[in-house]
Design a binder for this molecule. Structure first.
Ligand SMILES: NC(=O)c1ccc[n+]([C@@H]2O[C@H](COP(=O)([O-])OP(=O)(O)OC[C@H]3O[C@@H](n4cnc5c(N)ncnc54)[C@H](O)[C@@H]3O)[C@@H](O)[C@H]2O)c1
Length: 431
């Protein structure tokens, strides 16, 4: 077994540490955030869904093996036979790829590779546009003047989903066939199915583009059902009935559902990585851009439907709105890019008093985009629910008491069809 360094201990890197540790490797986790390093070293995990997936003691168990250590400095990169990069790839303010984390991290890897003086396998897992591994990462590593293998393997993490990461097939491409093979051998120790992609050139670009296709596929199809929702709503046809009906087709149809907008770390962001690089190659990614516009417009539609239902607030008549669900998808605590924040902003700007309830998100934390909202989840009781002019269902957590909401809400704006089958007596508006 070898020593594997995993750089960036977030949603992607931390579960990977667990899988590599289970496979018997020595694992060194690296993160530049000293708070995360301190927590992990004391056996505490900041990602609650990992406790559900791996059990409450998983970090302590990993530390107890003595095969898992956590570092904030790069010095121990030199001890690693393989380094796997799981650092952020966000968008800039003008929605362009921001590779600054990748570039800074790879510069650190190159420095240490020069010190190490022996070959190392480097794998990028961060989602990015095709050719990043070959055109951005490789030239930096070349500066070390030491041989290396370099591969790309996209992460298919499913926060809150039922998939055990080990069983999700792992795509691997390299900058050459030997690099791909080295990465395949590493991942085969931890994953049930490893799929080498591409041809003699190693296939890094196929692996990079496949990851984007997976997320663009979702973004475009969600935009399609969101658009259908608007059209059918105007015709007084329930889009949810239509989707259920179409989904009975046993081939050629995949079920996607509408909602209040896109959330999460991948689908709202990754498509822009491809549309942006397309422009650099003189092409336009029309579908991606259109899907982005349709999905981004959803929170405004939901806010407008809410205001239409309860009337616009006036100085003499305040309107109170309760948003159900701050996380971007059910049963998790991840609020990144959640459309609920845009709903809060739009309704607050329209003069409403807005509160939220989310059993997974007790309080808001300061965020770059939204500032410090200082909001706290309220408990759902008959009194609290009935004290609002409208309840907006943004995320349908299993933990919500839909019967209570159906019985006591004055008006329900349901973006998730969560109240289907409940008696709401004309107080339900689907949005
Ligand atoms: N979250 C997901 O579900 C998901 C799924 C698939 C792919 N991805 C992709 O994986 C990548 C990582 O995403 P994430 O959600 O894990 O991000 P994250 O923000 O949860 O974690 C990234 C971590 O990297 C650390 N970091 C940044 N620069 C570093 C450096 N130089 N050295 C050490 N640590 C560093 C940060 O402190 C942070 O803890 C992104 O490219 C993302 O698009 C994420």
């Amino acid at each position: 077994m070898s020593t594997v360094g995993i750089i960036g201990l977030g949603y992607v890197g931390l579960p990977l540490c667990k899988l590599m540790c289970d496979a018997g490797h020595g694992v060194i986790g690296f993160d530049i955030d000293p708070k995360k390093v301190e927590l992990l070293r004391s056996g505490r995990c900041y990602l609650a869904h990992l406790y559900e997936r791996f059990g409450r003691s998983f970090l302590c168990d990993m530390l107890a093996t003595t095969r898992f250590t956590v570092e904030s400095e790069t010095a121990r990169y030199t001890d690693c036979d393989a380094l796997v990069l799981c650092v952020p790839t966000p968008l800039t303010d003008d929605r362009k790829p921001d590779l600054s984390f990748v570039v800074r991290t790879v510069e650190g890897v190159a420095e240490r590779l020069a010190v190490r003086g022996r070959p190392q396998l480097v794998v990028l897992e961060s989602t990015t546009y095709p050719r990043t591994t070959r055109d951005v990462v490789k030239p930096i590593l070349d500066r070390a003047g030491v041989p290396f293998r370099l591969a790309f393997s996209p992460e298919r993490e499913d926060p809150g989903g039922s998939h055990d990461g080990r069983t999700i097939p792992k795509l691997v491409g390299g900058i050459d066939a030997a690099s791909r093979q080295a990465a395949v051998e590493l991942y085969a120790t931890a994953f049930e199915t490893v799929i080498p992609v591409g041809g003699d050139d190693g296939g890094a670009e196929v692996a990079e583009a496949a990851k984007l296709l997976e997320n663009i596929y979702r973004s475009v199809n969600i935009a399609l059902v969101n658009e259908l929702k608007i059209v059918l709503d105007a015709m007084d046809i329930d889009v949810w009935d239509v989707i259920d009906a179409a989904a009975t087709k046993p081939f050629g149809f995949a079920r996607f559902t509408p909602g209040p907008g896109l959330g999460g770390h991948c689908i709202p962001i990754d498509p822009y990585y491809l549309s942006s690089i397309a422009q650099k190659y003189g092409e336009q990614a029309h579908m991606i851009e259109l899907a982005g516009r349709i999905n981004t417009a959803m929170p405004l539609r939901v806010a407008e439907k809410t205001l239409d239902a309860i009337g616009h607030p006036r100085p003499d008549s305040l309107r109170r709105v309760l948003i159900l669900g701050l996380a971007y998808k059910p049963n998790i605590d991840d609020v990144r890019e959640s459309p609920s924040f845009e709903l809060i902003r739009l309704l607050t700007e329209a003069g409403c008093e807005v509160q939220y309830s989310d059993p997974h998100v007790p309080s808001t934390h300061p965020m770059r985009q939204w500032g410090d909202l200082r909001m706290h989840s309220i408990a759902l009781t008959a009194d609290s629910v009935s004290s609002f002019d409208a309840v907006v269902v943004s995320t349908a957590h299993d933990g919500f008491d839909w019967d209570l909401i159906a019985r006591h809400a004055k008006v329900i704006i349901d973006t998730r069809n969560a109240l289907a089958g409940h008696i709401t007596q004309g107080r339900l508006i689907k949005a």
